[in-house]
Design a protein around this ligand. Structure first.
Ligand code: PDD
Length: 288
């Protein structure tokens, strides 16, 4: 891996110099949260919304947010100044940190009184999916949603999400869509939308759905275009019968679904509404 600059606890270091304690609770308990902020054409996309979600998630996990939004912005700006990518993301991870009194009990489930969070940020290029592939759509598979019950928090506890993405990869699919008691929740690293009879639907927010920043943006765009959108429980049956379906996330924005468990969805390629929304993203990501 290239020896790129990363940010670790107020310092800008080469990746090989960045070290944390193996007792860090992020490593031992997956006790932390993360954010992924995309930059298209060198400009942050919805940065304030990502910082707001980070702040909310930290507070829900009772981890102190030691930086103001201005400090976050200035550290992020300094970090990205080391890179000359056009489309890229900044990954932020905040864990509860490592116990200070390492000579005492090394592993306790409860939090220690004085803990300093470990804050790590790195930058990676975004390789956008080619437009011809977007227009053809991508295949998806489904899997029981067996994740913990606080998926509304962007926790670093992603073992089941990773297993699910690998399940898709083994089946040469793009994404795994989670299903809980016959209702679809979200993808292993994406939110999902469908279109049926000219109305958009997306799973309503609950503890099994991450309030994706792209999801929020796409909902607003749909409303701006004067289309109808409903946030409801979507059955697997409704997804299978959809005219169109697509995934959203920060790195790819919108990915049309062509098939689910090898059954064709809609026309078997990107539908007209998916293409219309994708055109909007092209303006953001490809032209300055
Ligand atoms: N993941 N749901 C899950 C489980 C996710 O992991 C993601 C994004 C989303 C979409 O959220 P947003 O629009 O804010 O990116 C929904 C990121 C991209 C990741 O883990 O790499």
């Amino acid at each position: 891996m290239k020896n790129s600059k990363v940010f670790l606890n107020n310092k800008f270091l080469n990746l090989s110099e960045a070290k944390i304690s193996p007792l860090d609770r992020g490593f031992i308990f997956a006790d932390g949260v993360y954010e992924l902020i995309p930059f298209f054409q060198d400009k942050a996309f919805l940065l304030d919304k990502h910082l707001l979600r980070l702040n909310k998630n930290l507070s829900e996990m009772k981890i102190e947010n030691i930086y103001s939004n201005d400090e976050w912005r200035s550290y992020i700006n300094k970090l990205i100044s080391y890179y000359d990518y056009t489309n890229f993301y900044v990954y932020i991870q905040v864990s509860r940190g490592a116990p200070k009194h390492e000579e005492e009990v090394l592993r306790q489930h409860h939090y220690y009184n004085e803990m300093e969070p470990t804050i790590f940020m790195y930058v990676s290029e975004i390789n956008l999916l080619p437009e011809d592939k977007i227009r053809k759509g991508f295949s998806c598979v489904t899997l029981d949603d067996l994740r913990w019950g606080m998926c509304n928090i962007k926790s670093i506890s992603l073992a089941y999400n990773a297993l699910a993405k690998n399940y898709a990869k083994e089946r040469e699919a793009f994404e795994t869509v989670f299903v809980k008691k016959g209702i679809i929740t979200e993808g292993s690293s994406s939110n999902i939308f469908i279109v049926k009879d000219n109305v958009f639907y997306t799973p309503q927010l609950n503890n099994y759905v991450l309030p994706g920043i792209t999801r929020g943006y796409v909902i607003e765009e749909i409303k701006n275009l004067d289309y109808q959108i409903q946030e409801i429980d979507i059955s697997i049956d409704l997804l299978e019968k959809a005219d169109e379906a697509f995934l959203t996330n920060s790195t790819q924005f919108l990915v049309p679904i062509s098939s689910l468990n090898k059954k064709i969805i809609g026309s078997g390629q990107a539908g007209k509404y998916s293409c219309e929304l994708y055109e909007k993203f092209k303006k953001i990501s490809r032209y300055s």
